[in-house]
Design a protein around this ligand. Structure first.
Ligand code: NAI
Ligand code: A1CAB
Length: 272
């Protein structure tokens, strides 16, 4: 069995790192990537086969598209002559299965996945939608790939992938944004960069570990930190005054809207 990644960028690398750590072998994974430096890094770090887009693909059980949505039209045209009846898995934001199928001359065996970068440390979560043309084996292979990089949520309605993209696909960036801001706050309190980093990161790690192991929900845990008339209360009030909570909800909504918009843009891009 060979799973061929088309595109060896950030998300592909995260998935490959997780897959190799969880039982896939190097000779089951191949990457097509135009950037020679990235090809070399993938081979050196993971011992997997790589090739440039102009070269022949290995006979592949599944072809996993991991290029930017804007690159899809050109990339699918390159891959199409060698696609055969392989299972196609796409991780691209926004691109709907019907659009992908049209780019691939009516190919039907397609599964859409929205992973996230914590896949690299097997702590990812992926949303998955499969159309009716995929086989039980296709689903099982996809489940195995995704199980190797974290958790998975299968949806019955493809439109829900836009919501998953907005929450868990883009979500790590929101968390890193908050971590960076907390670090900046520590710097503003006069701490050296290394101490600011330690304070912010360990606070995140500790809070997440507590939340995952606690029977209390996040709201209750927040209240348990917040003493009446104390320091946290003052900070939460400042967050509420700046409408941070509703801004987070609006930010995710903007991401979902962009996912739908990408779908529309790419859908219009198909030759009549
Ligand atoms: N980065 C993330 O957190 C997530 C990304 N995604 C999706 O994954 C896809 C890839 O995103 P990233 O990895 O972040 O982008 P990236 O830019 O890091 O990777 C894309 C790779 O495709 C390569 N490429 C360009 N032309 C090619 C061709 N003709 N043949 C083969 N490879 C080619 C590029 O050189 C690059 O290495 C996107 O569609 C994105 O929506 C999905 C979930 C999360
Ligand atoms: O920003 C993006 O478009 C991709 C999809 C989800 C995370 N990164």
């Amino acid at each position: 069995m060979i799973i061929t990644f088309i595109g060896g960028g950030n998300m592909a690398t995260a998935m490959i790192g997780g897959m190799l750590a969880q039982g896939f072998s190097g000779n089951e994974i191949h990457v097509v990537e135009p950037d020679a430096a990235k090809r070399q890094a993938l081979t050196q770090q993971y011992g997997i086969g790589t090739s440039a887009p102009s070269e022949a693909l290995p006979a592949s059980t599944a072809i996993l598209f991991a290029v930017k949505p804007q690159q899809f039209k050109a990339v699918t045209a390159e891959v199409l002559p060698q696609l055969g009846n392989a299972l196609v898995i796409s991780i691209a934001a926004g691109i709907r299965i019907d659009t992908l199928s049209k780019f691939l001359a009516g190919h039907q065996r397609i599964i859409r996945v929205m992973p996230n970068t914590p896949a690299l440390v097997q702590a990812g979560i992926s949303g998955v939608f499969a159309n009716e043309s995929v086989t039980a084996e296709d689903r099982a292979l996809t489940q195995r790939i995704l199980a190797s990089i974290g958790e998975q949520v299968w949806v019955e309605d493809e439109a829900q992938i836009d919501g998953i993209t907005a929450i868990s696909g883009s979500g790590p960036a929101y968390i890193f944004y908050f971590m960076e801001a907390l670090q900046a706050a520590a710097r503003a309190q006069g701490f050296a960069p290394d101490v600011a980093h330690q304070l912010a990161y360990q606070t995140f790690a500790g809070a997440v570990k507590l939340a995952l192991s606690s029977e209390d929900d996040a709201g209750t845990l927040q209240q348990k930190v917040t003493s009446k008339g104390g320091t946290t209360e003052r900070a939460i009030k400042a967050l509420e005054t700046s409408q941070v909570r509703s801004t987070i909800i609006a930010a995710a909504s903007a991401a979902a809207a962009r996912s739908r918009e990408l779908g529309e843009e790419l859908g219009r891009d198909i030759e009549p």
